[in-house]
Structures are given as C-alpha cells and as structure tokens.
Design a protein around this ligand. Sequence first.
Ligand code: DC
Length: 662
Amino acid sequence: MFSTAFLDLPPLSTAEGEVALPGSKSISNRVLLLSALCQGTTTVHDLLDSDDTRVMLAALRQLGCAVAQQGSTVTITGLGGRAWPTPAIELFMGNAGTAMRPLTAALAVQGGDFTLKGVQRMHERPIGDLVDALRELGCTIDYLGNEGFPPLRVGQPQLRLDKPIPVRGDVSSQFLTALLMALPLAAQERDITIEVVGELISKPYIEITLKLLARYGIVVQRQGWERFVILAGSRYQSPGSIHVEADASSASYFIALGAIAQGGGVRVHGVGADSIQGDIRFVEAAQAMGAQVRSGPSWLHIDRGAWPLKAITLDCNHIPDAAMTLAVMALYADGPTTLSNIASWRVKETDRIAAMATECRKLGATVEEGPDWIRVHPLPAGQWRAASIHTYDDHRVAMCFSLAAFNPDRVPVRIEDPKCVAKTFPDYFETLFSVAPADAERIPVICIDGPSASGKGTLASQVAARLGYHYLDSGALYRVTAHAALQTGLVLDAAHESQIAALAATLPVRFDGDRVLLANKDVSEAIRSEQGGMNASKVSALPAVRQALVALQHSFRRLPGLVADGRDMGTVIFPDAGLKVFLTASAEQRAERRHKQLISKGISAIFVDLLADLRARDARDTSRSSAPLKAAEDALLLDNSDLGIEDSVQQVLAWWQGKTPF
Ligand code: DC
C-alpha cells in the first residue's frame, strides 16, 4: 500500500496480464454470518481481509463458533442446532455496519444476553428502523445510549410470527438483509412474511442476500419487491465450501483498463459475468463504449475494441459505484458521455458528481453537471494537462483517475493521498502496475551518488519512502558480491576477476526492507561492517564485476519510480535520470559521523583508523579506471556537512518537485 502524501503515475500506454481482485465486502460478511448460523462446517475461500470482516470473525468466535483461518481461507463450524452461549456477552462492532445490523437481528431472534457496541461513529449511525421491526416481531432490544442508535442490549424474545413484519426499505437495504438472514432461525413451524414499507432501495444488494440464502438452503418467495416469505421448515444447511466473489466494483477499473490500454488485454480472476453482484452490469456499459469482454466462471477477459471509445448516454442507477469509472473512460470517447440518475453520488464518501467534474476539468476536460447527472466531453490529444488529482478520502476517485495516466499526451498524473484506496482495495496501485508496465525510460529515477559515509543511503531511502518509489542500495550489491566471493574461497583481486564477475552475474540477492538476503540467508550485518565496505571497494574496482551488475541494477527501475544511491548511478547506470544529486562532506566529517554511529551501536572504533580507511576507499573509488567516483556533469551538489537528514531530504524533494509539472 502507498502511504505517501501523493503518488505520481508516469505516462502509461499498455496493459497485459492477469489480476486477482480482493473479495467483495458485502458477500464476505454475509457468508461469514450464514456459515455461523448453519448446521455443519463451511470452508470460505477468498474472504476479504478488511476491518468489517475482522470484526465479524471476532464476534463469531466470541459466540462460540469454531473458526480456523489460513490466509484468505476460513473454516467455520456453525452453531445450527446447538445451544447459544448463556452468559452475558459484550460484542465490539467497531465501525462495521455490515456486521452490526445482521448480527443484531440474528442475536435478537435467537435470544440471549448480548450487548453490541462500536466506535463513536457507529453510535451515530441509525439502527432504529431495524430495532422497530425486530420489536414488532417480539424481540427484546434496549437502547443503552441514544434512542435509535447503538449501543444495544439484546434479551430473550417472545416471538410473534403470525402477522407480516414491516420493515422500511427506503433508508437502508441492510435492515431487510438483516431480517432475511435472521428469520429462517424462527421459521420452523410457519411461513414468515416480511413487508417492505416505502420504495426498496439498493435492490441488487437484496439479490445478493437472496442468492446467498439459497446457497445455504433457504428459499425465500419474493412477491415483487414488497413482500418476502420465508417458508416454514426452512433450515440453514452448510454448502460445504463457498467462494467469495471478487468485488465487482473493483473489477470496473481493470475492465476499463483493458478497454483503454494497448496490449494483450487484461484478465480478471474472481468474478465472472454470472456474478451475483449488481455492479457486474458495468460490463455491459463498458461493452457499449467499445470494450471487448469475454467471460467464464469467475473470470473476465477484456481487450480494447473500438478506439476511440464510443460515447454513451446511460441511466446508471443500477451501477452507482462502478459508473464513476465510466466518467474517466469518457475522456477517451468520440463524443460527450452523459451519466444520469446518479443523485446518490452526491451523498457518498464525498459529493462524487462535484469531485469527478472538478478533477476531470483539472485534466483539461469540459464537464457539465446537474443535480443527478454528469456529462463528460472527450479530451483530445494535445489538450491533456498534468494534474494533481485531489481524492477527497474517496477510494473510488483515486482508482478512477489512475486511468488518466493512459492519456495520449503522455503527461503524468499525480494521485493525492493514495492510501485512501485501502477502504476496498489496499493494493490497488501495485495490482495496476503489475499489468501496466511502462517503458524503462519513462520510469522516473533519482540518483544520489557520493563518497562512503556521506549519508547517501539514509537520504536515498528516505526520499524513496516519501515518494513511494523503489530504492536501490547499489553499494550493497558490491558488498554482497565480495561476501559471496570470499565464501567461495576467492581472493578479491584482478587475478580472480572473471570468477567474481560470474558470481555477480547470477547473484541470488534479495532485499526485504532494510535486510539483505543472499540465497535467503540474512547477510545484512556481515556486509555492513567496515571490513565489508573495504572488500566491496576492492571488487568494485574490477571492470568485469561492474559490468556483471549492470542488468541487476537496471532491473530495479520499476513503477512508480526509483531512488538509487551509489558512486556511478548518475554517470553510468542511469545516465538519463531525471534528477542527479552528488553528496559531499569532508572526509573528517564523514569519519566523525561513522565514528558516532559505531559507538552508539556499541562497536568500538578509533577515529583516526576510520579516517584513514575512508581516505583509502575514497582514493580507490575515485582513481579506479572503471566508473570512478565523480559527480555527473548535470548533478546538483549537496554539501550536507551542516544539514540534518530531514533538511537534506527536503532539499532533494524540492529539487524533484521542481522537475515535475505539478
Ligand atoms: O555505498 P557503500 O559504502 O555501501 O559501497 C561499498 C563500496 O562499493 C564502495 O567502497 C564503492 C563500491 N561501490 C561502487 O563502486 N559503485 C556503486 N555504485 C556503489 C558502491
């Protein structure tokens, strides 16, 4: 996940490959509760790992369900038929609406002594309509705080099932879902009827509930969208194993990607055209715009079809979330695209109509908007502007606008607060990068070169962290090479150059945070010693060794960008880097820093020896014939003698910002 202040997307053009998407939140929590209510053991595959599911799992454990979790697979033994726990239980629901509502209903119908509470925000989210319906049915529920809001206390019910149970449908479809999942527990002897009061909203979510209930053996007779009858004798039965579909709204970005990008197409795993999620109908909208979509059981394959995309006019009431993706696709269309019946956009994470209009305009587009519609005009080549996209703490705004990186003018796009995608898709950008490679020369690189102990490693890794870029510690590669050579019994001199180079060319090295692994063995401490540095300096003077490490160093140039430190990053390895910094500080100052650093780690060190070593390394690194240490002609000099780390970081970031169009 990118937790940086912003993420700069370089221009992208192609996409090819396969992606697995996170599970649907709505399906995940329904399946967990149904598995807990049924008879038998259920293995749930591809469960979404999110705050909401964690809350539900914790509650189910507290209620006495046997839960075993391994990665995204969870095995649950249901409570069906067994006695529920009798002692009072307090359940903490966090801010998970998808856990609070259905659990309240299930516990209230089943009866016991339960307290359900959550975080402050949960105590501000209304639940009165559900409680009213449950009380109508004979459940015992008390408000422990404000009337109509959690926390709640649930007691023993005296169920009255003889007349229809009214529930409001125009506030939240979750109330109806909660009743539909709870009432089969009470439908042994008679049919139970639920009557929806008011126009039912979010019907696709009720369809998900009904389809999942069917998988657990419960048949509900639906009369229009007004009456739902749970038949007498209904009994929850485990399906044995069940797969949670990937989130169809999350799939919309990759469907759009396949339609927009050149290349061999994108395959999405985890959700197919037979999906039970309403947002899967985004596929039809994407096809209308030109996407070529094939699908099978739980997969979709998307290729570019019509290009430019075809403009559409569409009532989007059935796909409110996924329709935001259409607004960005519209920038690549052959005429204005109008999305209507989207009043709900105004009251989501942010006012999404205003947000989409504002941010599309920043890119240069003409956008018209009304109370419940938006019209996006295409943005022809030559008119795209590099823009810093504000994301309003709205995951969908962030994900949508990543698609603007495919613009024909090859301008970069900045996504502010990229971590907001965590709400539904923490690894969204990583997943995008895994199928949308950029040409190496388009991937930004910052080089930080300088002598030993100048602090370039700390500076480079900090700059990388602030930008969300990859980090290459090239010195570590020479250190590891020397270490591997010595272990093989080689002497680090010119006589063994070709053997050491052969080792370097196939070095099984891996970086894991600040740990360096050689053939999966942690060699971080060993190579970072003073002796390790001297040894590295020796092998680094051998031209064949330097040559052998070039490809490995180039392989670090990956999206979204790279910060590389060393001696020849700017001169030899990445001569086209967008920013080159050459750090300087006198040998005395560097020796003093190193001295302090070693002492603080409890390693005894003598200042004059360190100074002599540094001078020896400086001399060898600057006088060697192959790639000697020197500043690139276009490098900016940074004398950090009197600067703290943060000052240096800010200086480099300021230089970098000056090179971007944002
Ligand atoms: O940056 P460092 O102290 O970890 O580097 C160890 C040695 O490796 C250094 O003395 C010179 C050599 N080196 C190099 O020649 N070229 C690089 N790009 C990085 C390091």
